[in-house]
Design a protein around this ligand. Sequence first.
Ligand code: ADP
Length: 504
Amino acid sequence: MNVVLNEVAPQTEGAQSFLKTPAKNMLINGEWVEAQSGERLDSKDPATGAVNGTIPKGAKADVDAAVKAARDSFESGVWRNMTPDDRGRLLWKVSELVEANIDELAELETLDQGKPLFIGRWAEIPGAAQQFRYFAGMTSKIEGQTITSSINYQPEGKRMHAYTLKEPIGVVGAITPWNSPLVLEAMKIAPCLAAGCSMILKPAEATSLTAIRLGELIMEAGLPPGVFNVITGLGPEAGQALAEHMDVDKIAFTGSTATGKKIIDAAKGNMKKVALELGGKSPSVVMADAEMELAIPGAANAIFFNGGQVCVAGSRLYVEKKAFDNVVAGIADIAKSMQMGHGLDPATQIGPMVSKIQADRVKGFIDGGVSDGAEIVTGGEQLGDNGTFISPTVIANTRQDMAVVQEEIFGPVVVAAPIDSMDDVPAIANGSRYGLAASVWTQDISKATRLAADIKAGTVWINCHLMFDASLPIGGYKESGWSRDSGQQAVENYLETKTVCAVV
Ligand code: ADP
């Protein structure tokens, strides 16, 4: 398989002009500032290794300044006491600005992350805009309850009156990953701001450009300074400082399970609340009665979309024995036909991994699987001048205990194994420390609904995979995380419940 690296350049005036000022800054209290140390990090195009620009290497002192700005804006009430209607109007304006700049944001995401342009343009950036639209409507639906208690020891002649208030939790730090930067950031920012919190976003160091551009759009929408801040920098430095900060009330994190565990440790100091959307090793289960015209391309897309750099990627394929050869051959044919190249090239179906480090890691898992006795059906190569491309890979002859079957690879690598019948599915699908998502492909509604009930995962798709919407909660069982993003209850992640109990 070849990588076709044609000459490409961003087409939108917006992306061209954004890149004309290559030294980007961070947003603290409405101002664009450098790191106090003056240090910077390169922001690279993963397909070519070219430097797109530089971002501040923010560290503890910068995090302190951003937390202070967020705290001051929170305590001033400028945002949390704004009427829900006005807060919603501003969030709606953010969604409009994201949509107005959709082509530019998609190009910036591709240059920074590597993904094929169509993914940003048609899925992720519209998804980010939708998060702001959806949660703009939630600002006016934050409601406590009145409660009739059974208390009967109040003073003679008095009555009880009890109710709950929903209050914004305070200052929130959001730490986000590099695979689908803007949409995953929006999944934190939109409900957090809707709840009335002030916040600091720490995007992934490899992919901070669209977070910076979003900061510009949020300021353009008219949010008060200090309500939304962006700190760029390394995870173990800026991210860790944010997670440890004694004046941060909550960390909302999306990323690997290993880093999630570090966040839990870092949060202990002031017992800040923690929401975690972590890794997965999600099964795609194809029964022999599935509609194969849907199932084969669907299961292929479940793992090859965005080069498999998707937390809910369908990275374990289980197929009923009599359909196994047909399904695996169909997915391998799709893998072989996929064009690898620069994400800005319209012919590209699969871009580079986000970095050489990530590509090396993926290749390491593939090679490890082969030494453990697995067999490569197709793919398995590391390609490109700077070694960032991994050809779409199908691996068979696996055992459940192999690392390639158990570990999250975060690349275009699917492991395939046959199953005898649907009775095998719960044990095999649940035989993982993760429980983020799964898909079941069958035309038998009772098989589908029984498996959806038996699989321990935060999302089960039936005859589809990777269907996302701001209205659909997403998050994991087991080591895939705590709590859910998206859906109405996501606002609850950013609210405290206060009980008010009165003798009247
Ligand atoms: P990966 O390991 O796949 O690069 P991570 O889960 O480490 O992904 O990254 C997700 C986010 O977590 C990024 O913004 C990264 O900078 C941040 N991060 C990494 N390490 C830490 C840490 N020790 N504390 C806080 N944040 C971190």
